[in-house]
Design a protein around this ligand. Sequence first.
Ligand SMILES: [Zn+2]
Ligand SMILES: [Zn+2]
Length: 301
Amino acid sequence: MRSINPRDYYHPQDQKALWELQQIPGFSAALKAFMKMFSENMIRGINMSNKVQIGPRQLPELYALLPPICEVLGIREPEFYLELDPAANAYTMGDSIISITVTSGLVDLMNEKQISAVLAHECGHIACRHVLYQTMASMLLSAGANILGGNLITSGLQLAFFHWQRCSEFSCDRAAAIYMDGSETVAQVMALLASGSREMAERLDMELYMRQAEEYRDFMDDSNWNKMLQYYALMSQNHPFLSVRALEIKEWCSSPVFKNIMDFKYEREPAKILEKNLCPACGKPVEGDWGFCRHCGNKLH
Ligand SMILES: [Zn+2]
Ligand SMILES: [Zn+2]
């Protein structure tokens, strides 16, 4: 199996939202202020005192899920923690020392496959280099904003951060789908997080759930969308737009891009179709029964 380059699955909306965020006046001042007070040792201290560190000898079954994901996504293994919290959640923080935390609520709610999908999503954040900004965002969007000095954080900046965070999820759902070989488990995870109950999620009709996402997407024109974003920013929800993400990942996994990435991952020959139907010399379409390209004369067989 080969490692996948994040460039191949980075979602264009993620890139655009990040660029927009960096253009907001005050962004660089806020970043500087954040870096000045940001302390990895502090995060590490909180992790070590409040959580259970997972490793080869502590909850080894849970730990075993992580290394193969790091291999496929081409990242260094992060620290891994379990937090006692009934709410199902997972998050990644840090800069040079990166840690993934899953809550006990998440582990109780999900089977191993689903936990793998969650971990692959979190590792996607590491591969896409989201984590520092994400750490900053979680502080900006929470009570911690006051620490940075209220006047540094404009609501425009907060909103741009919030928007980028949401868009960054699309890239990481793709990372999870690449690791899980398809969208099925990733979509299940969305349904689980939306319903909060394993029993309910098993009984859910996924087709209908996807249709609900389609309706939601049609209903959201740009102005509704912006109002919604502001509302969610206020509510600081952990998992908004789950149905939209489920639909988005299902559609991406049926695209030729995903198929090519899978072929590369398993070191399979890429689809022959392209080679067969395009002249290798001039790149124009050719028919299977042509001995020579009728555009440039190149010998085809
Ligand atoms: Zn995420
Ligand atoms: Zn040709």
